[in-house]
Design a protein around this ligand. Structure first.
Ligand code: PCA
Length: 321
């Protein structure tokens, strides 16, 4: 009652002026990450388009919610919008994890086509939870970080291997390495304390975590091109002033295009940063590629055996293109 009275009084006090809408937006990734730069620009675009009446405040590096809680925080409307790594939802349906299957989609073109195939199913699955995707942005292709050169898959055996989702955990296990889940902002610490000894991630995350402090080699295996997704709570979106809805959707479309361009520019730029800092940048040997592809083939078989009909339909649609 008190709350109602206060809101009512405030409404009268502003005599018809629209109340500013402010949304908090958690992301797991730090400020030096291009995705975070992109969503900050997205927030600035929304503010600009609405004359500052609709503000989105980005909370980076898991500062508002840990990565694993962001989706549910949006679902339960603790926040109205958030960003996370799409494939972390693969435990809900394997359709979410397809972009992290080794060698299924390894270029930006293939990643975009995979997203086209995934999108209708992901939209449907998220809608069941009252969530609506706004946009996705791919990370650069994922490469291998190790101490010393890795001539073949056998050289990975026994290494404590940093993982960021279930697919990478399966990959590490099949390579006879020991997977350890570590969030991106915690990578330097995990290497420094010996918790992990090797990882697979993009040149962006490698350079942002100063990989040269703890590994010597980057092998460009370009094994998959995973994505971040930005989602909104559907009821929160439906409750927005139509002009705020329009501003949000327009800024999302721009952010998606800009984000993929930023990602493409990052790849060479961040590999150069690693080389400039003394890391040895190598292409994988044919033997290593063969071994990695065998793991990928095994993982795809496992995936198919466990996938829902919806997820299988995405694979068919992608492979039919
Ligand atoms: N960086 C994020 C996800 C994929 C990537 O390139 C990470 O390593 O956690």
């Amino acid at each position: 009652m008190l709350k109602f009275a206060a809101t009512f009084a405030l409404g009268i006090g502003l005599s018809g002026a629209a109340l500013a809408e402010v949304w908090d937006m958690p992301t797991p990734y730090g400020d030096s990450t291009f995705h975070t730069a992109n969503i900050r620009q997205f927030a600035a675009d929304v503010a600009q388009a609405t004359g500052g009446e609709f503000e989105i405040e980005v909370h980076s590096a898991g500062s508002l919610f840990p990565h694993g809680e962001i989706k549910n925080a949006v679902r339960s409307r603790q926040v109205n919008i958030g960003e996370f790594f799409l494939s972390t939802l693969s435990n809900e349906d394997l359709a979410f994890g397809m972009d992290s299957q080794p060698f299924l989609a390894t270029s930006y073109d293939e990643a975009a086509r995979l997203w086209d195939a995934q999108k209708p199913v992901i939209e449907e699955l998220l809608a069941e939870q009252g969530l609506m995707p706004l946009f996705t942005v791919a990370w650069p292709a994922q490469g291998l970080y190790t101490n010393g050169e890795i001539p073949n898959v056998d050289a990975l055996a026994g290494l404590r291997f940093r993982a960021y989702n279930a697919a990478l955990e399966e990959f590490a296990t099949l390579a006879k390495a020991a997977p350890v889940q570590v969030e991106a902002p915690d990578i330097p610490q995990a290497f420094a304390t010996g918790q992990v000894q090797a990882m697979i991630t993009s040149p962006s995350t490698g350079a942002n975590s100063t990989a040269w402090d703890f590994v010597t080699h980057y092998t460009a295996i370009d094994a998959w091109v995973p994505k971040n997704i930005v989602v909104v709570n559907k009821r929160a979106f439906d409750g927005l002033d139509p002009k705020f809805q329009a501003a949000l959707l327009a800024a999302a479309e721009t952010a998606q295009t800009r984000g993929w361009e930023m990602s493409k520019a990052e790849t060479a730029e961040k590999i150069k940063v690693m080389a400039d800092n003394g890391m040895v940048i190598v292409d994988p040997s044919p033997e290593l590629v063969e071994g990695l592809q065998a793991i990928g083939a095994q993982m795809l078989e496992n995936w198919k055996a466990n996938a829902s009909d919806k997820a299988l339909s995405v694979l068919e649609a992608y492979q039919a293109q």
